[in-house]
Ligand binder design. Structure first.
Ligand code: 5GP
Length: 358
């Protein structure tokens, strides 16, 4: 017999937000800033809870500067040396919005963080990122990082189900759980392994559990919705479903602030497109490691993303969409959005008749 959950689980494309009568006058008046306290860290964070993914193309120093102008966060990719990060922190006052990412290579990663702390006197905010957050060792590893960095805001993932969210917060001592298995634009986990969880339901179920956890001082667990946003509307739906933060890879890929392989026009030498790839793709593993290890399948793809100009343009478009979503659904602030938002299930989200096809 199949062990199967027959409840329907939803993705961004399965729903729309229902317009509601409201007193929120205009979208200009919608406040997208959040003020967060954290379950473990005593720091407070104030800003727009959007994040650039710690992929080596998008999690860059320049992205950090650009998103910091919007009071949004960039998780640096883990291939920057501690020296480079120290220099960056000393030169730019961005450390509350530019976070350091680490993987599971315990000795090496902690060494990097200690060096940054020693040389800058900053306890950096940390993104602990592994492809599969379900391994037993992961919880212990997160707790070990917490022991060494008691005051850092620590985010860890990825997972997609509530029981791992509470494990990571309560026993891994992380503040924010990163949620998303398989929805990423450069991800092929669902094709290679057949594993995943529809992202909108993952966000709703995981945030419900995180927000139900309360520290001794009354502070809640938080989640970051990671992966699967292709349009501003998807970002709005993620917040409406309960995401505290939303992380973006593909939407920011191709902006001026990205690093990597640019394809240029032969005649003008202007940027045409960026080679964008999943961090576990063969390409990323060849670039940073020893090539694709034979026992691991490549669960990331490579694509070319057209040049989009400055990240600011993309971010403004997203924030405009989220403001509009709040105004339509009766929320005057992002904080209230998930409380006012109501979804409807649909068969079609939009009219995709394109002018070229007429
Ligand atoms: P996007 O915003 O592009 O849809 O998703 C970005 C997220 O995809 C990243 O933050 C990361 O969690 C995930 N991701 C990045 N590279 C890979 C990969 O190679 N394989 C998988 N499974 N996920 C990836």
């Amino acid at each position: 017999m199949l062990k199967i959950d027959n409840d329907i689980k939803l993705d961004f494309d399965d729903v729309l937000l229902v317009p509601q009568r409201s007193y929120a006058a205009s979208r200009k008046e919608v406040n997208l800033k959040r003020n967060f306290k954290f379950y473990w860290s005593d720091k407070e964070w104030h800003g727009v809870p959007l994040m650039a993914a710690n992929m080596d193309t998008t999690g860059t120093f320049n992205m950090g500067i650009s998103l910091n102008n919007h009071e949004a966060i960039t998780c640096l990719h883990k291939y920057y040396s501690s020296d480079a990060i120290e220099g960056y922190y000393k030169y730019y006052n961005v450390e509350s919005n530019v976070w350091v990412s680490i993987g599971m290579d315990v000795e090496h990663e902690l060494e990097r963080l200690f060096k940054i702390e020693d040389n800058t006197s900053i306890q950096p905010n940390i993104c602990i990122d592994i492809a599969n957050g379900y391994t037993e060792k992961f919880i212990d590893y997160c707790a070990k990082v917490r022991l060494e960095f008691p005051n850092s805001i620590i985010m860890a993932g990825n997972v997609a189900t509530p029981e791992m969210v509470s494990e990571l917060i309560l026993h891994g001592e992380v503040d924010i759980v990163k949620v998303g298995i398989g929805p990423g634009s450069a991800c092929t986990t669902r094709l290679k392994a057949g594993v995943g969880y529809p992202q909108l339901s993952a966000i709703a179920e995981c945030s419900h559990v995180a927000h139900g956890l309360r520290s001794d001082t009354g502070r809640l667990g938080l989640i970051c919705a990671d992966g699967g946003c292709r349009y501003p509307a998807d970002v709005a739906k993620a917040y409406a479903a309960g995401a505290d933060f939303v992380m973006l890879g593909g939407m920011l890929a191709g902006t001026e602030e990205c690093e990597g392989e640019w394809i240029k026009y032969a005649d003008t030498h202007e940027k045409k497109s960026l080679v964008f790839y999943g961090m576990s793709s063969k390409k990323a593993q060849e670039k940073h490691g020893d090539g694709l290890l034979s026992y691991r399948s490549s669960e990331g793809r490579v694509k070319e993303i057209p040049y989009k100009g400055k990240a600011e343009l993309v971010v403004n478009d997203i924030l405009g969409g989220v403001r509009s979503a709040c105004a339509y659904t009766g929320a005057t602030s992002l904080k209230d959005f998930s409380k006012t938002a109501r979804f409807v299930r649909v068969n079609r989200t939009h009219n995709d008749l394109s002018v070229e096809e007429v």
